[in-house]
Design a protein around this ligand. Structure first.
Ligand code: COI
Length: 356
């Protein structure tokens, strides 16, 4: 069977696993929908576009990306409106960022027909997997890796692109505790920090584990030269509300250009809230907490959405973030607005929603 819009072969799962999932208690990233979209880059062309049952790949032990790390991914979400239609949020922003990552990692880029066309076709097949329960969504994981079989450091000539999806609940179930990292680095100027490549996450795991053993949930990465300025958190960009302004580190080649980060900035500006994208030093943040000028610190990302922090640890000392009432909180207000926007409850003034 072939879908009518694109030449995508469809092989349906013999049996759906939908009934095995409790949509009222969704963990993050543990349940996978019935199907996945797959395409292969061979001889300079994207071929073999297929929607097939979610299943294992058979891979060569000499697969180049397992050895030399040409592997990139994206994170996106789909929602349902009250009419039961599937809504995608800013899919072109992820499509463009995926290709930015591909260029940096010397990989094939994706045409819009394959990324967006494949995604839409997959969502039509697995529409029943998009949750409509509170605080849940369908998390979408597009990714690509080199498939040449060789040993030797050189770009792969062939690639596999795949999209699979998972119905998810909250990424953090409690407000996370963040530790400012002043020994290890996530990325450096001229490096690959802005690319959504697998290695950035691998390199963060050891320092994060060390921090978790000290009771923290995540790290705040600092600049590679001085450990003085805040970069990002790996799972999220970082934002502060201070002196009535939204303040966040300006993106650079060592910080991921978060789609949620950009979304929140645009929403804040539309509300008349001053936004500053600039260098943000740890000293400024600690001073802001101590003087009461900094009222909120939170993470912004596709997976975490908007996650207010409970404390920030720096140089062996923990700084509690102030308690806030939901009515006065910027983070709560923007999160609620974003939820309403993405589930079609309010008008989409920004043109961000795409109905599948
Ligand atoms: C996302 O926010 O989509 C990410 O890729 C980060 C990861 C923590 C799931």
């Amino acid at each position: 069977m072939t879908t009518d819009v694109l030449q995508i072969e469809l092989r349906k799962a013999e049996r759906s696993r939908l009934q095995e999932v409790d949509f009222n208690h969704l963990p993050f990233g543990k349940h996978f929908s019935d199907h996945m979209f797959v395409a292969d880059f061979v001889d300079g062309q994207w071929l073999n576009q297929m929607i097939v049952p979610f299943d294992n790949f058979t891979l060569s032990p000499a697969l180049s990306s397992l050895h030399y790390g040409q592997s990139i991914f994206e994170g996106m979400k789909a929602f349902k409106n009250d009419a039961g239609e599937v809504l995608l949020f800013r899919p072109h922003a992820n499509f463009e960022r995926m290709n930015e990552s591909a260029r940096r990692m010397c990989m094939a880029t994706l045409p819009e027909e394959v990324f967006i066309g494949g995604l839409e076709a997959l969502l039509r097949v697995d529409a029943d997997w998009v949750p409509d329960t509170p605080d849940s969504s369908l998390y979408i994981r597009p990714y690509m890796f080199g498939t040449d079989t060789f040993l030797g450091v050189a770009p792969s000539k062939t690639y596999r692109f795949c999209i699979f999806t998972c119905p998810v609940g909250a990424y953090y179930t409690n407000p996370p505790k963040l530790k400012v990292e002043t020994e290890y680095i996530r990325s450096a100027p001229g490096g690959v920090g802005y690319a959504k490549c697998a290695g950035n996450y691998a390199g963060s795991m050891y320092p994060t584990l060390m921090a978790q053993q000290q009771g923290y949930d995540q790290l705040i990465w600092t600049d590679a030269r001085e450990h003085k300025y805040i970069e990002e958190s790996g799972t999220m960009n970082i934002m502060f509300f201070m002196d009535g302004k939204l303040i966040t580190p300006a993106t650079s080649d060592s910080i991921l250009k978060g789609v949620t980060r950009d979304t929140i900035i645009q929403i804040a500006r539309s509300w008349g809230i001053p936004v500053e994208e600039r260098l943000v030093s740890i000293d400024e943040v600690i001073n802001g907490i101590e003087t009461g000028r900094l009222t909120e610190a939170f993470g912004a990302g596709t997976a975490v959405v908007v996650s207010p922090y409970s404390l920030i640890g720096y140089n062996g000392k923990d700084y509690m973030l102030p308690e806030f009432s939901p009515e006065d909180s910027f983070a709560v207000r923007v999160k609620n607005y974003l939820t309403d926007l993405r589930t079609g409850k309010i008008a989409d003034e920004f043109g961000w929603i795409q109905t599948v």
